[in-house]
Design a protein around this ligand. Structure first.
Ligand code: PEP
Ligand code: MN
Length: 348
């Protein structure tokens, strides 16, 4: 349930509503409401009669019942796009299209530092890399864990790149949140509601990947879980959905990019690496994603893709990055945006 206060409501009015909700055994989370009005997202069981009591309290404007609706993620009440301000002046959802590049998994110090240097030189603003990896097989490389997080922190110190890394479960969210500038919730965890609530309470921006069999509506509802915890910084990520044709790893849903922008104010990042599973297809889908309005790209890159411990087939070699960035700058300019603002190896 969402409670929206009148424009003239005071913090004391809001406190009264919070106390009433508490007394009903539900939990009220303060969230930014439409048009900067005070609002509360209510979690826990509430009966319609209790909702009627809340709407009758002073300074309450409207009460919306949850159902299958994403109130906080919706553009309906929040027409202006959300801009997520990270450290170092990096903004996701602003004029510039951001570049997130890095290996699928952090493997070794050398692999990560080489990749980070190449990504920074090519103009990336963020470095990606999993320390905790969700693998289909329990026998596959599961990531370096804490050691991987420490390497990511070192790469940030050395290059100035901000860090995106995945939180795999509620046990390790705390450790990930200490290091990450942006916490990734992976496709397999998009509907892990305890994890969504937990990352919503970290105070860190969250990059939420679309579940591999999730509808756009389900993605937005998953974002709603994070927003309802009072965390406004959610970045949606289109990474492809399962199709019947094995010739690509996933079906990269390009139309989801403008559709998500239509439905939601949240920024949208595209991941053509997982979207295709094939490095030969990544550049074309990266170009297409920018043309379709993506606010950023997430690209897997590796110094020796054929030796990568995960997702080598879709990882670009480091030396492919400067030319690709050069091309993507042209596409971004054609749709009135900038791309990878730091200077790259090839002059723009
Ligand atoms: C990843 O980013 O390496 C990853 C595991 O992605 P996804 O959750 O989209 O499969
Ligand atoms: Mn990967």
């Amino acid at each position: 349930m969402l409670v929206v206060m009148r424009a003239e409501a005071t913090p004391a009015d809001l406190d009264r509503v919070v106390a009433a909700i508490d007394a009903m055994g539900a939990e009220a989370h303060r969230v930014p409401g439409p048009g900067r009005r005070l609002a509360l997202a209510v979690t826990g069981d509430m009966q319609p009669a209790e909702g009627a009591h809340i709407v009758a309290l002073p300074a309450v404007d409207e009460v919306f019942w949850g159902g299958a609706t994403y109130h906080l993620a919706s553009r309906e009440w929040h027409p202006e796009p959300t801009r997520i301000r990270l450290g170092g002046g990096v903004v996701i959802g602003g004029e510039a299209v951001v570049l997130i590049a890095g290996p699928c998994a952090v493997e070794t110090e050398r692999q990560l530092m080489e990749t980070a240097q190449a990504a920074a030189t090519a103009g990336a603003q963020l470095l990606r890399g999993g320390a905790y990896k969700p693998r289909s097989s329990p026998y596959s490389f599961q990531g370096l864990g804490r050691e991987g997080l420490e390497l990511l922190a070192r790469a940030r110190r050395d290059t100035g790149l901000l860090i995106v890394t995945e939180a795999l479960d509620t046990d390790t969210v705390g450790a990930v949140a200490e290091i990450a500038d942006v916490i990734q919730v992976g496709s397999r965890n998009m509907a892990n509601f305890s994890l969504l609530k937990r990352v919503g309470r970290t105070g860190k921006p969250v990059l939420l990947k679309r579940g591999m069999a999730a509808t756009v509506q389900e993605l937005l509802l998953a974002a709603e879980y994070i927003l309802a915890e009072g965390n406004p910084d959610v970045i949606l990520c289109e990474r492809g959905i399962r199709g019947f044709d094995g010739s690509t790893r996933n079906v990269f849903d390009l139309a989801a990019i403008p559709l998500l922008h239509e439905l939601s104010h949240l920024p949208v990042i595209a991941d053509p690496s997982h979207g295709t599973g094939r490095r030969d297809l990544v550049p074309a889908m990266a170009r297409a994603a920018i043309a379709a309005g993506a606010d950023g790209l997430m690209l897997e890159v590796h110094p020796e893709p054929d030796l990568a411990r995960s997702d080598g087939a879709q990882s670009l070699p480091l030396d492919a990055l400067p030319a690709l960035v050069h091309e993507l700058r042209g596409v971004a300019a054609a749709v009135g945006r900038q791309f990878a603002a730091k200077s790259g190896a090839i002059p723009a």
